[in-house]
Ligand binder design. Structure first.
Ligand SMILES: [Fe+2]
Ligand SMILES: [Fe+2]
Length: 273
């Protein structure tokens, strides 16, 4: 059942990607490997829409820090190949109409938070940022299939990300759609040639057991920090919500860093004309 459901969702995503040939070709060209900056710039420049999107992002306060960016090559240098790959996938979903402003905001803030956590764990922050950007792509697809049904499921997280609420959430998705957003997201990443550690991080991002890879841990904790930033400080005493390996002051520092950095990126969602 799940395999059949996965295939039909992947067909939908593939159809959406047809409309965004440059981003699709860029992702296909990686085949799991690094590409040099020139090759990435050329692939981006072959797709006018994606090239404008990349330049728009590079000129956001987050990346440009006040400099004007006019060349795709320089934009790639500023953003980095891993984040570019994440943005290419997000752009496919934007074209498909499945990337709401709320989804963009959540993806950006988890990416920034995961980047910060990865640095403290000694994981590769660039990979964690990219995985953070696309950790919920499976949810975008499920939400676009039936937004009312998905809204009901999202209520499960209203009281925070606990071990139990995460299990309940994924189970509710499987009952409603035949597949959960972690499994679907991992299949989408594998389909678009993302490396195994990113595929696993997306597959496991609602697992909270200790024995998970550093990149997965950066997404799990990055997302918990985002959720903590959205609830009252008093609830930080709730040990089922608090990432135990961090002190309150470390977490407070992470929340401040993430909030300030994310404010430089939030306005970049608007579609480029
Ligand atoms: Fe998420
Ligand atoms: Fe998620």
């Amino acid at each position: 059942m799940a395999a059949k459901q996965l295939d039909s969702f992947l067909t939908v995503v593939d159809l959406a990607a047809q409309k965004h040939q440059g981003a699709k070709e860029l992702l296909a060209s990686f085949e799991g490997e690094d590409l040099d900056r020139r090759a990435i710039s050329m692939a981006i420049s072959s797709d006018d829409l994606f090239a404008r999107s990349v330049l728009h992002l590079a000129n956001s306060p987050y990346y440009s820090r006040g400099r004007e960016v006019t060349s795709v090559d320089y934009a790639v240098a500023l953003i980095g190949q891993w984040a570019i790959r994440g943005y290419a996938l997000l752009d496919i979903f934007r074209e498909y109409g499945a990337l709401s402003k709320g989804a963009w905001t959540h993806s950006s803030i988890v990416a920034i938070s995961a980047f910060h956590v990865a640095e403290t764990l000694g994981a590769d922050p660039a990979l964690s940022y990219s995985a953070g950007l696309i950790h919920d792509v499976g949810a975008f697809v499920l939400r676009s299939c039936d937004s009312d049904k998905y809204l009901e499921i999202e209520k499960i997280f209203a009281n925070g990300l606990t071990v139990d609420s995460q299990k309940e959430y994924l189970e509710a998705e499987r009952v409603a759609f035949g597949v959960d957003h972690c499994e679907l997201g991992a299949a989408i990443l594998a389909h678009f040639n993302f490396p195994t550690e990113m595929v696993e991080a997306v597959r496991d991002h609602h697992l909270v057991e200790e024995a998970i890879s550093p990149i997965t841990r950066s997404i799990v904790d990055g997302e918990r920090i985002v959720h903590l930033s959205q609830i009252s400080f008093e609830r930080w005493n709730d040990k089922s919500l608090f990432p135990l390996q961090y002190t309150v002051s470390d977490t407070y520092g992470a929340v401040r860093f993430m909030t300030e950095e994310a404010s430089l990126l939030f306005d970049e969602y608007e579609t480029i004309d």
